[in-house]
Write a protein that binds this ligand. Sequence first.
Ligand SMILES: Cc1cc2nc3c(=O)[nH]c(=O)nc-3n(C[C@H](O)[C@H](O)[C@H](O)COP(=O)(O)O)c2cc1C
Ligand SMILES: [Fe+2]
Ligand SMILES: [Fe+2]
Length: 398
Amino acid sequence: MRPVEIKDGIFWLGAVDWNRRDFHGYSKAHKGTTYNNFLIVDEKVTLIDTVDERFWGTLQCNIAQVLGDRKIDYVVANHLEPDHSGCLPKVVEKYRPEKIFTSPMGQKAMKAHFKYTDWPVEVVPTGTNIEIGKRTLSFLETRMLHWPDSMLTYCPQDKIVFTNDAFGQNWATSERWADEVNRTRLEELMANYYANIVLPYSPVVLKTLATIKEMALDIEIICPDHGLLFRGEDCAWAMETYQAYAEQKPKNKAVIVYDTMWHSTEKMAEAVASGLADEGVSVRLMCMKNNHHSDVMAEVFDAAAVIVGSPTHNNGILPLMADMLTYMKGLRPQNKIGSAVGSFGWSGECTKILTKWLEDMNMEVVEPIKNQYVPDHEVLGKCYEQGKAIAAAIKAKL
Ligand SMILES: Cc1cc2nc3c(=O)[nH]c(=O)nc-3n(C[C@H](O)[C@H](O)[C@H](O)COP(=O)(O)O)c2cc1C
Ligand SMILES: [Fe+2]
Ligand SMILES: [Fe+2]
């Protein structure tokens, strides 16, 4: 895609990774992704972030289309993860910028990643302003949103904020603005990104949004480093959406995630689903054999209840459930009701192990159900009642 002038003298460069499906080695990007970066043409030509190093050719081509032979004076590194800093060494080598601005933690990460000795790095802690001509750039550290080095760059003259991964979505498109695409899909992909990347850092999101309010930053354009950009009224929409995500208020929704060898646990899971649905709860029944853990998390993150199911397998639980629970716990979902079901043959550790995971995630646990071998009508009836009990717990929480 060719560069797009998003405001007078400010260009989206970026690379569209149309066919990427694996995102960062652990989550799915079903619609591809983009690595957005930006070029501000002022007295000091400033490049904000770079792209994944596989797109070095694209980046050079985009820069040349905007600048011709003019040089890059400044580089801002808002985040040191390789999808945004991957081309930084090549940019430094080819364009020889006068200065590279990064956060205090960014400097440490830059050293650890690139082992540079002679780069012109200048640390810009929160509150630092630099003049680049008729524009000022101000920096706001957003430690652990979602790396220690993460920061935002704001330009008051253009009312534009470069937010790096915050507000990102994995979506490869030819459109650049959120108001040009289907809103439902955008919301879905923004939620998926949040659930899998930003969720554990929700307290930092709340703090950052509060700081933006306190500072009364006037924002007319939000530029994340993945996916679509927001302008006009969409800026308030994006911030309200992030506020709601970060508050993690549960919805009238339950996710049942399970694995099964001979379908006994599955039958129990289905009975729980019926009990929940009959009480008006919106249910997602997800077997780990058919769903990637990142897609399960996208459903879990706004659900009020999570019910986990596994048979006992070699005195433990099935490996795909161990995967799911390890992944889920790391993302620190809050305010959830949890419960468990499982079938077993002889030793029957499954529900005890599952419950321990739920407790470790501070979930409010509804009594689990385990059953020896194949569940009969009576056991399935109990599972149905368990679904109803979970529904009552959800109602009490909403
Ligand atoms: C390879 C294998 C290992 C198992 N290990 C145990 C075990 O350690 N303890 C136990 O109680 N049951 C064990 N079982 C029995 C299962 O838990 C039992 O068959 C259960 O009903 C399967 O539920 P499912 O239909 O949901 O897969 C094992 C079964 C298999 C096939
Ligand atoms: Fe990142
Ligand atoms: Fe990123």
